[in-house]
Design a protein around this ligand. Sequence first.
Ligand SMILES: [Zn+2]
Length: 622
Amino acid sequence: MNTIVLLFLGWLTAGQPSAGPISMTLDVDATDAPLKILHTTATMPARGGAMTLFYPKWIPGEHMASGPIANLTGLHVFADGQELTWRRDLVEMHAFHITVPAGARALTAKYDYVVTAGGAFGAAPSTNAKIAVINWYTVGLYPICDSPAAITVTATLKAPVGWKHGGSLDIDRVEGNTIRYAPTSLEMLNDHPVLLGEHFRSIELWPAGSPAGEHAIDVVADSEWALDFPQKRIDAYKKIVLEERRVFGNVGHYRKYHWLLTLSDNLGAFGVEHHECADDRVAESTFVDDDSAKRSSLLLPHEFFHSWNGKARRPVGLMNGGYEQPMKDDLLWVYEGLTEYYGELLAARGGLISAAEWIEEIAADALTVSEPGRAWRPLQDTADAAPFLYLAGGGWAGWRRSTDFYNEGTLIWLEADVTIRALTGGKKTLDDFCALFHGQNDNGRVWVKPYDATEVYDTLSRVAPYDWKGFFEKRLTAKSADLPLGGVEAGGYRYVFSEAPNMFTDPWALDGGLNAFGSLGIHVGADGLVDNAWPGFPASAGGVSSGMKIVAVNGRRFSIEEMRRAIAASKTASGPLELIVESGSYFKVARIDYHGGLRYPHLERIPNKPDVLREIAQPRAK
Ligand SMILES: [Zn+2]
């Protein structure tokens, strides 16, 4: 990618190879993937004197220093077959220093990547008895230099016998169970994960040569039954491709696009975007079960949207130039916020969910970000602090706040969309901004162009003149319990609560818990663990805090159903709701003075106001 800008050349690269391109090979043996270990041999030109091998640290799409260095094991380094000693850098612990004998030609590193139970995103468990998701950056030591874009890698991948493979990386040839990939830059290789699996299916949505170009869903699953998608779901994804491209004026910055879908109950639930593919992981039954399919419907449209918003057009602070260089996440309210808005919306335009269900999803988003922490931490800081907020667990999320630029981003970009429509009498929409901002020329090739906030405001003003800087800054810097519901209200709806469930208040990972934020101000796991108690809400006022475990409800053994029944019955109960909670090795009775019953968020029509939200949800592609 020739538009990559090199913003920083740190001390680490001083004295390292920088003159001219580097070619290396990376041979990954995944035959032991079911044993949760991958073996790698990396071979590169040797250069006499000091050399540094680097393990990727700041990972594009993950927005943080999440390269799983702790899982790099079994390292041996050789120069022309002679083993060398290595020493880890004491400050930059992803770097390994070696001294190469003068005259040595080839440097070879042999090492393993162990798949462990912890980790998030690409560092999450990635292999099991039937599946391996290969993220090259987890197995890729390379000679540190000015830019990973300047390193050409010829990679091979040996799969377990009988397993099939999917992905959008160009293949040179397949020999037995070894896939030989065409040479590509290290940057592109790391942007193209590969799926391996015994139960595999590649669903062609649009063929190469069609007006939309090549689009597919490559799927691995823990079972054959999980691959048996209903045709209506496949048809909806075909439509989503067209709807999504339509937003950008039918201009894309990829040669082909494959969703890489993993269906398993033990390999995590998340998505990571790439230019020409996405690593999407959901529960095993997700695509054969209508309810689960709807709850997770935002995921694939969201990651596809990133091909434009995040990969092609990228915040300048994320154009770090090398995996050792820190990322600045301050514009994630555009990168992720706009993508979250459209991910949910395009699921409706494509028919995965109805317009009414999309409107329910917006209400669920509003509940998620209504936690008390918004009174001290402005939304901007949830983006600035994203490198640690993504991984911050262990309770107290309601007071700490989470990566709220996703769900609050939906509300704010909805308001931007509704505002553009109002300012232009319905002639322009946020789609026009996307076509201008992301849908620039260079159709059909991988392309990166950085942006800053000023370009966002200026482009919005080209669509509809307005004080967009003031609009966003007000919402990004507010420290207030008030939600940004201007788009909902100007869109013809008001935010209300009722006993009727909202399917989107349960996360798409389907953890079997109970979202009682609207009533008691807590979320309870299936085992009774209170993983998030909002300070100032009824449960907290009654003495329940994050990390406690509910063992009994009104004197009866805890279950999610019992808990739900007790909250519903609180409406007519004369006394408080009584919980026995375990805290460490102690028990106590918490009496919660709450009589509001079950409360779930919804959007209700404001009579006689135009229904702008339904208008927004209308399909647009021919
Ligand atoms: Zn995203």
